[in-house]
Design a protein around this ligand. Structure first.
Ligand code: P6P
Length: 328
């Protein structure tokens, strides 16, 4: 895994960072940079709304469910609107798939890029003031620019991502992403209204002693090797940490080393997490940082999607810990 040497100091703004990297994408002619800026802009708007969620009427249920059957919170729908609007106005994205939208959204422009997004992941935590995240993937459009978008534009393997990342709305708000040349983290400086470089060239430890799994589902885990691995973690007296917000658990394990597991269960026989909106993006980031992500059989990034909202089991984090489960 090649990490582009970061020649920029901690504290440099996201805009400056993007401009300095444009030379690595000569064909991008600024379009890709503009797309990253559009995502950052939407993140700032969502961050502002999250920060005052307890004060204005945007908490609680929206009274609907998404295609995965999850109850939609008001902020799920608000964030979905914010990201779609920012990407549409930016003009670089021709189509979007979202965990909160049933089918793909054709923005009817000549943009070269496709975005897959989970606008607010972990939204059940919003009402109790626990961290939540936005998870996004960027792909290149496959079909001809002047033809209608087709589903195969959206059903691309995770390996085809040209960039991916997450925004973590927590004690501080961070944007962590990779464009295929290493992983960098930017912390939102509220007084400046800017994301500034805070974690350059993030690398995931080869191993660790943190495991993240919902212990409450242990009895309904289907794969015996996963049950054995969880027992192994307990025998080793590893630290159990599970926030119930994927971006937060992944971020901690990325920085400290660790593994996150969401196996196939009786309730979710194909796994709970969405391939296109959660697993692909986080697998891209973790692999760029030297970690690993599988569905228990193959690398997450090599799964050929067959439907926009499909799910998969997810084992992701420090490479040696993922390999230790021994289910690949
Ligand atoms: P459970 C949130 O709904 C989510 O998609 C992830 O953010 C989180 O890690 C997981 O599901 C929590 O699922 O079944 O443990 O509540």
């Amino acid at each position: 895994m090649e990490n582009s040497r970061i020649d920029l100091p901690i504290g440099v703004t996201l805009d400056r960072f993007i401009k300095s990297k444009e030379s690595e994408y000569p064909t991008a002619v600024g379009a890709f940079s503009q797309l990253l800026r559009d995502i950052a802009l939407a993140a700032k708007v969502v961050n502002r709304e999250l920060n005052k969620a307890g004060l204005i009427d945007i908490m609680g249920s929206a009274g609907m469910s998404n295609s995965g059957g999850d109850e939609q919170k008001k902020l799920d729908l608000l964030a979905n609107t914010r990201f779609i609007r920012a990407l549409s106005k930016g003009g670089e994205v021709c189509g979007i798939i979202s965990e909160e939208s049933e089918s793909f959204i054709d923005l009817e422009n000549n943009g070269k890029y496709i975005v897959a997004i989970d606008p607010i992941d972990g939204s059940s935590n919003i009402d109790v003031n626990v961290s939540v995240g936005t998870i996004f993937s960027i792909y290149k459009r496959i079909s001809a620019i002047n033809s209608p978008l087709i589903e195969s534009d959206f059903l691309q393997k995770g390996r085809c991502q040209i960039a991916a990342g997450y925004i973590l709305y927590s004690t501080s708000t961070m944007l962590v992403f990779s464009t295929g040349k290493g992983v960098n983290g930017f912390t939102y400086e509220q007084t400046l209204g800017e994301f500034v470089l805070s974690n350059a060239n993030i690398l995931c430890n080869e191993t660790g002693n943190i495991y993240s799994v919902n212990e409450g589902i242990s009895n309904s885990i289907i794969d015996v090797k996963v049950k054995k691995y969880i027992q192994y973690c307990k025998d080793k007296e590893y630290t159990a940490r599970y926030i119930g917000s994927l971006a937060a658990d992944i971020h901690r394990n990325l920085l400290l080393g660790g593994i996150y597991l969401y196996p196939a269960t009786k309730k979710y026989p194909s796994g709970k997490l969405r391939l296109m909106f959660e697993s692909n993006a986080l697998a891209f980031v973790i692999e760029q940082a030297g970690g690993k992500a599988t569905n228990g059989e193959i690398n997450i990034l090599d799964i050929q999607p067959t439907s926009i909202h499909q799910t998969s089991p997810l084992y992701i984090g420090s490479k040696q810990m993922v390999d230790k489960i021994g289910i690949e």
